[in-house]
Design a protein around this ligand. Sequence first.
Ligand SMILES: CC(C)(COP(=O)(O)OP(=O)(O)OC[C@H]1O[C@@H](n2cnc3c(N)ncnc32)[C@H](O)[C@@H]1OP(=O)(O)O)[C@@H](O)C(=O)NCCC(=O)NCCS
Length: 230
Amino acid sequence: MKTPPLKRKTRNSKFKIRNSKTRQRRTTNYELRILPNVQLGIGSSIGDYCVIGEPPRGNKPGELETHIGARAVIRSHTVIYAGNIIGDDFQTGHGALVREENRIGNNVSIGSHTIVEHHVVIGNNVRLHSNVFVPEFSVLEDDCWLGPNVVVTNARYPRSHNVKEQLRGATIKRGAKIGANATLLPGVVIGENALVGAGAVVTRDVPAGAVVVGNPARVARCVVEIEEYR
Ligand SMILES: CC(C)(COP(=O)(O)OP(=O)(O)OC[C@H]1O[C@@H](n2cnc3c(N)ncnc32)[C@H](O)[C@@H]1OP(=O)(O)O)[C@@H](O)C(=O)NCCC(=O)NCCS
């Protein structure tokens, strides 16, 4: 396949590119790739070596529209595939990867080295910390929060027959928080405002407002009992 031409950063672009003067002085072959059919909202900035609108396998460059709202801050080495519809005030850390055809709301932050696979639905005001893995068909409702190294899974029997047809992402309901290093098994539903403790392995649905800990995760208390959340 013919590789689309690299777009060099330019002062005339419709978006602002951070530190362009300094970077140009330091290196002459710095490149950033924005593929065709990418709409980037006003006031957005894109860091070094980002790729925006990468076509997924089987699609030509520009075949899928990519829309990113106003005031995005996309930090260096982030790759965003084509076919994403992303709201305003989107942020990524360094080296984030967002695969194709996701729906992402306003004011969402995707941390450094976090991976969001394809066909994921993310609501408004969602925060994904660093090194989080969110596989296809996951649903992250408004205001939820995933700590560092959280792993969401979607294949109960990896590499089994028909595994692709049986993928089931987790659903993280509004306002739920997932502690560092927790693992969510395929298809679990984390209830509204629930809190999953650090390192928990969640094998069953978590009731709304519950605090769960351990492997397998069990209800330890209720979020309302924690003074800091009152
Ligand atoms: C789950 C959590 C909210 C519980 O906090 P808490 O209600 O104040 O609980 P306590 O610290 O009083 O501990 C109560 C008991 O649960 C245990 N416990 C606490 N957190 C645990 C966890 N994540 N996994 C397993 N057991 C845990 C404690 O060892 C203690 O057991 P014990 O009574 O036998 O001694 C908290 O420990 C936690 O994991 N928070 C998430 C932290 C995180 O990932 N932050 C990410 C930001 S960087």
